[in-house]
Design a protein around this ligand. Structure first.
Ligand SMILES: Cc1ncc(COP(=O)(O)O)c(C=O)c1O
Length: 496
């Protein structure tokens, strides 16, 4: 039997029933206590019909597959354009001048937590076009007008909002920025900086070179970042990886003393694990990490590549934490230039002081085009009006997902603690399915009804819309998810 919202009083956990009811006033149509049934039918089938035409989507994808290395498992969806949270894919359903029609999707993935300002933002397009007409690349052998502006804005915003040991609203606090091109590269740089810092403190190479990460972490695919990503699926084919690496238990206090010792140069952790399944770190645990790192003079690195830059509701995920839970360095990437490739490390002066000219470098990092776009994006993301509307969107999304959880208690986990559903912060939300295989099924069912969401970890449906998402779009997405869980509930009952 499907659970009925009206029968679930008192079971809403962190987000109260009263809160859910208050949120209902946002709904475009009056809500009822049964899940939405408007999206039961498949409207966006993954499977393509066989077409003779060489221009058909199926034939085009077949041609692409012939020459593209298959490192991704992808549905037969050929995306062509976007606007805000709307995405369009080529379709053979109807004719068009190119011989193709279009199919519309509502994107609640933001290109994996990247397009925080939505797709094809007009202002970003204007900034990018203007800079592309002036100077795209000039090498790091010379200064350009924008990388310094970006670093300056990042440091000033951190003083305003808090982070890296600086209290919110501070007028001072020295920080430095290194600009790279991706998340994994930002982490590579941070790990190198930690080792260099360790070496400068021990005086000898390799005596303070230990690196620590935690189970379920995802830090990237290059060799150093991969070594800190203790997932056998990603690591096993590429051994041996970087040495002197230890893995701890996320959110566990046990054994921290031995895990982080005098030989540790750096500890890297996601304040909210993203790919691993949307698990927020406990504040007291981060404080314990900070304390232990201070005791042994190791650097604490927060990987905020997925959870930072307002995704969790504040500039940095740790901005509102007490300073005794702040890191020495943070890494960021994904939304910083809203889809243009970029990564960055922001660090305390004490870390920067151990890095000298020639220690690290990059051809493209800090180029004027991406830096100018990121400078613009950082300003837009920090606009109080957007922060406020993203907070309202997060409240509504959590309310609708809490309701969804209570409509399907047989399918969605809702234990208190780590497996609580929905879990996460801001607009980085995970819904944990009791049967781990159901998370992937929901992602597919949703896509086949025109909604793009993601999976994460072993059992989570990951919902990460652009921060510009409207309350109406949240209603639509939640309605589609209700229909998908209805379909899954029926399938599960039939196969039981
Ligand atoms: C927390 C975290 N760190 C690092 C990375 C790697 O970033 P990139 O794919 O840009 O190399 C990701 C990507 O998903 C991530 O989520």
């Amino acid at each position: 039997m499907l659970g009925r919202f009206t029968k679930q009083a008192g079971q809403l956990g962190r987000w109260s029933r009263a809160g859910v009811l208050a949120q209902r006033s946002y709904a475009s149509s009056p809500r009822v206590s049964e899940p939405c049934q408007r999206y039961l039918k498949v409207t966006h089938p993954d499977d393509l019909p066989e077409f003779d035409s060489p221009n058909s989507v199926g034939a085009t994808l077949k041609r692409f597959d012939a020459s593209t290395l298959a490192t991704y498992s992808r549905p037969s969806v050929l995306l062509t354009r976007g606007k805000g949270l709307d995405l369009w894919a080529a379709s053979d359903d109807a004719g068009s001048p190119s011989g193709r029609g279009e199919r519309h999707y509502l994107d609640f993935s933001s290109g994996i937590a990247v397009n925080s300002l939505g797709h094809a933002d007009a202002q970003i397009a204007e900034v990018a076009a203007d800079q592309a007409n002036r100077l795209v690349h000039s090498s790091n052998l010379y200064h350009n007008e924008w990388s310094g502006e970006l670093a300056d804005r990042m440091v000033k915003l951190t003083r305003e909002h808090g982070g890296l040991g600086i209290e919110r609203g501070s007028s001072e606090g020295d920080l430095k920025v290194f600009l790279a091109n991706s998340g994994t590269e930002a982490n590579e740089a941070a790990l190198k900086f930690a080792r260099k810092h360790g070496m400068s403190h021990s005086g000898k190479p390799a005596t303070k070179s230990g690196l620590v990460s935690f189970n379920n972490a995802f830090h990237g695919r290059t060799m150093g970042a991969l070594a800190m990503t203790p997932n056998p699926k990603y690591q096993a084919p590429f051994a041996p990886l970087l040495g002197d690496v230890k893995t701890g238990h996320y959110n566990s206090f046990e054994g921290l003393h031995d895990l982080i010792d005098d030989k540790t140069a750096g500890v890297i952790v996601e304040p909210v694990q993203g790919e691993g399944g949307i698990f927020p770190a406990k504040l007291e645990w981060l404080q314990a990490l900070r304390k232990r790192c201070d005791e042994v003079k190791a650097l604490l690195i927060f990987d905020e590549i997925q959870c930072g830059l307002w995704r969790s509701g504040s500039l940095w995920c740790h901005s509102n934490f007490p300073t005794n839970a702040h890191p020495d360095l943070i890494t960021m990437a994904k939304p910083l230039a809203n889809g243009f490739p970029i990564g960055a490390v922001l660090m305390r002066k004490s870390v920067a002081d151990s890095i000298t000219v020639g220690d690290h470098g990059t051809t493209f990092g800090g180029g004027p085009l991406t830096s100018r776009i990121a400078h613009h994006v950082l300003g837009r993301l920090s606009d109080p009006a957007l922060v406020k509307s993203a907070k309202a969107a997060s409240d509504k999304l959590k309310a609708r997902l809490t309701e969804l959880r209570d409509l399907f208690p047989e399918l969605i986990r809702h234990e208190e603690g780590a497996y609580e559903s929905p879990r996460g912060k801001g607009l980085l939300i995970g819904l944990s399915t009791k049967d781990p295989s159901h998370a992937g099924k929901i992602v597919k069912l949703a896509r086949e009804r025109g909604l793009i969401v993601l999976s994460a970890g072993s059992d989570a449906v990951r919902i990460v819309p652009s921060l510009t998402v409207s309350l109406e779009q949240i209603d639509t997405a939640a309605d589609i998810l209700e229909s998908c869980f209805s379909v899954l509930a029926r399938e599960t009952r039939h196969t039981a």
